[in-house]
Structures are given as structure tokens and as C-alpha cells.
Write a protein that binds this ligand. Sequence first.
Ligand code: PLP
Length: 432
Amino acid sequence: MSHVFPRHCNATLPTATAGDGCFLIDQDGKRYFDGSGGAAVSCLGHSNARVRDAVKAQVDQMAFAHTSFFTSDPAEQLADLLIEHAPGDLDRVYFVSGGSEAVESAIKLARQFHLENGEPARKHLIARRQSYHGNTIGALSAGGNAWRRQQFAPLLVEMSHIAPCYEYAERPEGESLEDYGQRTANELEAEILRLGPETVMAFIAEPVVGATLGAVPAVPGYFKRIREICDQYGVLLILDEVMCGMGRTGHLYACEADGIAPDILTIAKGLGAGYQPIGAMLCTSQIYNTIAQGTGFFQHGHTYIGHPVAAAAGLAVVQEILENDLIPQVKARGTYLQQQLEARLGQHPHVGDIRGRGLFRGVELVADRDSKTPFDPKYGVAAKIKKAAFAEGLICYPMPGARDGRVGDHILLAPPFIASEAELSGLVDMLA
Ligand code: PLP
């Protein structure tokens, strides 16, 4: 009997024993193409020498120094590199161990930014329906998945949720993309006015929605309007790039494609690329200075913030992405993957939509293409595809549909940036 607590209590899983480029290998030597990088984590594949050597060298030199007493070279260098390429005025970095911690930190930072006479003046966070921002209580509160929230409801922080920008499913026929984007963004203004602007601390959204919708970018103009509304009412804009950041969409930071910058930004997953658990929250010096001049410190912290080995891995990952020109490669291979998916699956009677940016692609499955009717959840279509694909040797990331208003089941693809065209075409063959 295994004593490890698995994700699903009844699951019996193979043992992963080795990694080789885009492949994971199990105890029997079976090779699996990592078509989703786990969950958009393994952006450099599973055997990157630069990251491996950086981790080893850092362990040899000094594994851990607590941030109450010390900073470290890898943490300082990684923060410098992230800020050098960051959009807008982001210029402070708070390192954590993963995505939920990054979002939790962002929520607490926003609360503390809005302190008046030591009391939180603005407490309300607005997020979007059908969103996921992590599993700790604050991050779970932000998320707009009713089914994830319901068991924990009494503990959750009060928040409100507006519509996502999900044009395939929610744009009425006859409405232009531009009008749809403006109308959907204006829901934020209506909600701020309903609550009273003096009560709203922040709005959080993913620039390209990953796990819950399946690689759905906003329509052009949506985030520009969101930025305007946040500025007008003094509401902080938090962009959650835990899944879509770090080059995944063909930009180091996903929001570059939308032409805006947030006040707070969260990253994780691709930052450590799976070699180490690391995430980060970036914020502007306006926020940092307000806190420095107020209570003097961000009242938050975890033992492993700024862990030197994790930071050394993150530094090597970002250097590898930038120095090997992987961002343009992600763009080009992303276009190739989209074309392959359209060619093989575009006419399939149960494929409603194929979308995404860079190497972050979603295939939405519907019972009927014309009416976009979802499959009955009792069929568990996405879960069946995941299982069948895994048997074929393909790892892909499924999400069941028809929950929380989502139209269909979907399959999320987020292969490593190093995947060749031949490997991507093999991925599509296996999926098809
Ligand atoms: N935010 C987003 C957008 C995510 O997709 C996830 C995880 O899937 C998280 C936050 C939470 O990250 P973690 O699982 O590392 O805690």
C-alpha cells in the first residue's frame, strides 16, 4: 500500500522514474510525451542541463539562508532579471514557493496597501466567474468555481465575481468583438459602483485563462478598459500569470499582448519549470513605498521565501528562455500547433473551438457544434480523453464542462518550449 496521499484517493498511478526532453518515463520504461507540461509547468522539458547544474551548484555552495537574516545572490539576480523585463512600473519582487502562495500574497498586499489608521479601508476583491487562482483559503476565495468553493464556503473571504471574457461561449451573435469586450469589461465598473468604490481593494484576473476555461485570451480592448476602470476608481489590478506567464503565450509576461501593466502580478509554474518549487509576486514601488512608510513591513511571510536553490533554478530558467530565444520559438511553434490542431480536429463534430496563444492551446469539446451544447457531465468526456491519451503515451490536461456555466469539456495543451514541430505533430496525432 502506498502511504502517499494521491490527488484522487482511489487512484493507482505509475511511478515516474526519469525525464528526457519532452518525455517522462515510468517504471516499465514507457515514454509519455508531456503535452501539458504537467499543468503548464515544465516549459524546458525534463532534462535541462543549465537548470540542473545551477541547482547542483547552489546546493554545493549554500542550500538555505533564512530571509530574516540574509538575502542571497540568486534571489537578487533573479529579481533583477524579472524586473528588467517586466511591464509597466513593476519593480519589487516577493518570492514564494508556488502559485497559491503568490496569489495569497497579492491579496494580502492589496489589503495592506489600503490600510487607513491601521485598519483595512478597502476589503472587497472582485474576480471573475469560472476562474481558478489557487487552493489556499484566500486564493480559493478569489476563484470563481462554485463547485471548488462550496465545501469551504464558511471560511471564504467575501468576494464578488463578474463574467469572464469568454467570447466563444458568451458573445451573442451579431455583437462585435470590440463591443463584447467593452460590455464585459464594464461589468467591473458596474460592480465597483454597486459595492461603493471606497470598499473595493482590487480586481484579479488571468490574462489568458488556463485551467478553468482552456487557454482563453481576452478579446482586443478588454484589458485596456479594465485598466482604465481600475485607475478611475483607485482599485488595484492584480494579474494572475501563474499559468500563462514566463513565456508560455509567446511573451515573457502574458499581459504584454494586451498592452497593459498591472499593479501586482503573480507568476509560478514556468518560473521554476518543475526543477524547483518557486513563485513570485511583483508589485510597483508605489505599493511597496506605501507599505514601507506605513507599517514598515509586509505582514506576511513563509519560511521558504527567496529560497536560494529555488531562486538559482528560476534564474537559470529565465536565462535559458531569454538567451536561447525561446520566446519567438514559442510564438512560431504555437502557430504551428494551432494549424495542426485545426487540420486534424477542426472539422470534428465534437470540437467546438480551438484557441490560445503561443504554446498554450485549448480544444473545447461540445455535444453539438452548431448550438454549442455541452456533453452531459455524466459522460466525463474530458476525463475519458485524458485516460485514453495517457494510455497512448500523451499527457494532456482535461477539464470537465457544463459546470459553472462553462460550455463544454476542454483539453488544455501546454507542451515544453523546446518541442520540435515533429513532436508537436506527434502530440496532435495522439490526441486525434
Ligand atoms: N493561479 C492560477 C492561474 C493557476 O492556474 C494555479 C494553479 O493551477 C494557481 C494560481 C495555484 O498555483 P499552485 O498550484 O502552484 O498553488
